[in-house]
Design a protein around this ligand. Structure first.
Ligand SMILES: Cc1cc2nc3c(=O)[nH]c(=O)nc-3n(C[C@H](O)[C@H](O)[C@H](O)COP(=O)(O)OP(=O)(O)OC[C@H]3O[C@@H](n4cnc5c(N)ncnc54)[C@H](O)[C@@H]3O)c2cc1C
Length: 433
């Protein structure tokens, strides 16, 4: 089949890889000049999600002050954001959390397998590093996290719970004083450089005949003919009045993997999904003192802020800003941006003091999509030629390779080997039933 993939982030690149491996002819359309320029650019580096990494669960926004949850929360008068947060909040309940994680787990397992397969075939070097240390400050948060630890116990994922002193002994850049509740070491889990991974896979795809059209903005998807098609306009010319400038490319199937850009494309087809864009931030700062720089990746599990070292730099990622849809579409107001970056700077100060020169840090912000039930949107749509793969929230790299396989299996009519409740939980149609 001829398949168009919209979006050159990690979801689009991984989808193109699986489609090509299944024998399809693939064209990836990306509005930027290269791959990995959207949320993928800011990726914090954790390869595969554990029960401690997913956005839903027992510790999701349970603090009275949102900033204590690592979030800048500005719903304004918008009831939609509050409803969204309330819905995600229902998954704090341990049984609901465990049931939702069970639906997600086959996707995580498939991602692990697909990633291992890609690594074995392509022998990629993307700055992989083992060892992720989750740390928790407040004993009440540690208590609240227990259902996630209970779940971890049931998985094959090796982990160790540690006291503050044990954390400090293992990772001397984390001070034992002031005291904190404890940590969880995922010693075999890895971090890596997600944009680099995407670029390396893209290079391989170039060699295998996958086309990449950069600097092209998909203005709309057409589904009114026997084949599906996309309308392309050069980037920056979205509202071109001159119809001759609109290029139309048709294909047997289209996969929408356009991250936050997916919603407007589906909206125009009359498919409105209740996902919410969240602005997230990174700081990339030079290492200040070698002896204070962490060798493990350190994650503030409650604030969902990750601190990862790559060479002589520390990348600190997280600090979501939750606003109404119209506000998220506008440039972020300076005070909110400052508040978000202050959360990241504070995390460095709290967990690896002296490790990085925050005053010399480069900041970045991007948008990622979250769904109200914490799971991505992967699979078919009401139109048999249009498929979707987005909304992975904070685990997009971790889920990219498995999600790509789901979409590819749908295209090939070969999904019987996937658990039915996982497929149902990922489908876009779940929101309409
Ligand atoms: C700070 C931060 C830390 C993170 N940490 C982790 C982590 O540790 N582990 C993990 O697994 N995940 C993490 N994530 C999440 C993960 O990075 C994202 O879920 C993932 O990158 C999303 O990939 P994507 O391809 O779906 O979206 P994107 O990377 O946003 O890609 C979508 C692409 O589509 C293009 N596009 C959109 N609309 C159009 C259009 N109309 N026409 C043409 N092109 C279009 C965009 O330009 C963009 O390049 C983190 C994210 C951030 C921001």
């Amino acid at each position: 089949m001829d398949v168009i993939v919209i979006g050159g982030g990690i979801s689009g690149v991984a989808t193109a890889y699986q489609l090509r491996a299944a024998g399809h002819r693939v064209c990836v359309i990306e509005r930027h000049a290269t791959v990995a320029q959207g949320a993928t650019y800011g990726d914090g580096g954790a390869l595969l999600p554990s029960p401690l990494d997913v956005w839903f669960g027992p510790t999701f926004m349970r603090q009275r002050q949102p900033r204590d949850s690592g979030i800048v929360y500005k719903p304004g008068f918008n009831g939609g954001v509050r409803r969204f947060v309330k819905q995600l909040g229902t998954l704090r309940e341990p049984d609901a959390f465990a049931a939702q994680y069970a639906r997600l787990r086959p996707l995580i397992d498939a991602s692990r397998d697909m990633l291992a397969d890609i690594e074995a075939r392509l022998e990629l070097e993307f700055e992989q590093k083992p060892g992720i240390l989750h740390v928790v400050r407040d004993p009440r948060d540690w208590e609240a996290m227990q259902p996630a630890l209970d779940l971890l116990r049931t998985l094959d994922q090796p982990y160790r719970t540690l006291s503050a002193d044990e954390c400090a002994a293992l990772e001397p850049s984390v001070p034992a004083e002031p005291g904190f509740a404890g940590g969880v070491l995922l010693e075999t889990e890895r971090t890596g450089n997600c944009p680099l991974f995407a670029k390396l896979v893209k290079q391989t795809l170039d060699e295998h005949g996958v086309q990449f059209r950069f600097g092209a903005d998909v203005a709309a998807i057409r589904v009114d003919t026997g084949r599906a098609a996309v309308e392309l306009v050069p980037t920056g010319d979205r509202h071109a009045s001159n119809a001759r400038e609109v290029d139309v490319i048709s294909a047997d199937a289209i996969v929408v993997a356009a991250g936050a850009g997916s919603l407007p494309l589906l909206d125009r087809l009359g498919w409105r999904l209740p996902l919410h864009p969240v602005r997230v931030h990174t700081l990339t700062a030079p290492v200040a003192y070698e002896e204070h720089a962490p060798h493990l990746s350190v994650v503030d599990s409650i604030k969902r802020i990750s601190i990862t070292r790559t060479h002589q730099r520390l990348r600190v990622g997280g600090a979501g800003v939750l606003q109404s849809l119209p506000d998220t579409a506008k440039p972020l107001a300076e005070p909110l941006s400052e508040a978000a970056l202050a959360l990241l700077g504070q995390a460095v100060h709290d967990w690896v003091p002296g490790a990085a020169r925050i005053s010399a840090a480069l900041s970045w912000q991007g948008t990622q999509l979250l769904s109200p039930d914490g799971l991505p949107v992967v699979g078919p749509t009401p139109h048999p030629r249009v498929f979707v793969n987005f909304g992975h929230g904070p685990a997009g790299w971790g889920l990219a390779c498995g999600s790509a396989k789901v979409v590819t299996d749908y295209l090939g009519g070969d999904v019987q080997h996937w658990p039915a409740d996982t497929l149902a939980a990922l489908r876009a149609g779940r929101f309409t039933t």
